[in-house]
Design a protein around this ligand. Sequence first.
Ligand code: PNS
Length: 191
Amino acid sequence: MKRVIAIYPGTFDPPTNGHLDLIQRGSNIFDELVVAILRNPEKEPALFSLAERRAMLESLTKPFDNVRVDIFGGLLVDYAMRTGARALLRGIRAISDYEYELQMALMNRKLDPQLETVFMMPAETYSYVSSRLVKEIVQLGGSVHGLIPDLVEKKLTEKVNGRKHSLQSSVADLQETPTRDRQHQPRGRRK
Ligand code: PNS
């Protein structure tokens, strides 16, 4: 019988327990699951670089023998064709996801009628978890413990604290530099 390869595409900035839940469910029913991170210069700048997201996902998916992580650009249907995938896996958390997902699934079907989109629901515990909210909460000092993998929580806290620290240093440096000097400093040397 033919092996069924599926792609689980997304931004994963950062990966959440909801993503991981879906990866686990997908790995149970597909022969091979490719977690594919979108390389998208047009989207709002990501908090984590592609390399960081790939490293996190690779570490999180290590227990699954039939899961691998990749990065893709361009049309998803073209990437699916190159990969030999017959299905796309997407998660639907709530009815609010449905419209966007339906539109994307139908558009992808129009582009490649052979490629099926398969929807799965993550565990209800994660039905309100999104990468965007997780980032916002951590940036504002809240806790997201239990909603993202421990590894991601550590990296996210480090990243947010690192950013805050470098912002505070820049402000402190600016405050220490007299306005007159700042105006005459070459741009590249300002910190
Ligand atoms: O995690 P996200 O941001 O909801 O994932 C969106 C993603 C990556 C699945 C979607 O933006 C995508 O497939 N982009 C690739 C470009 C493409 O094929 N666009 C047409 C989709 S109908």
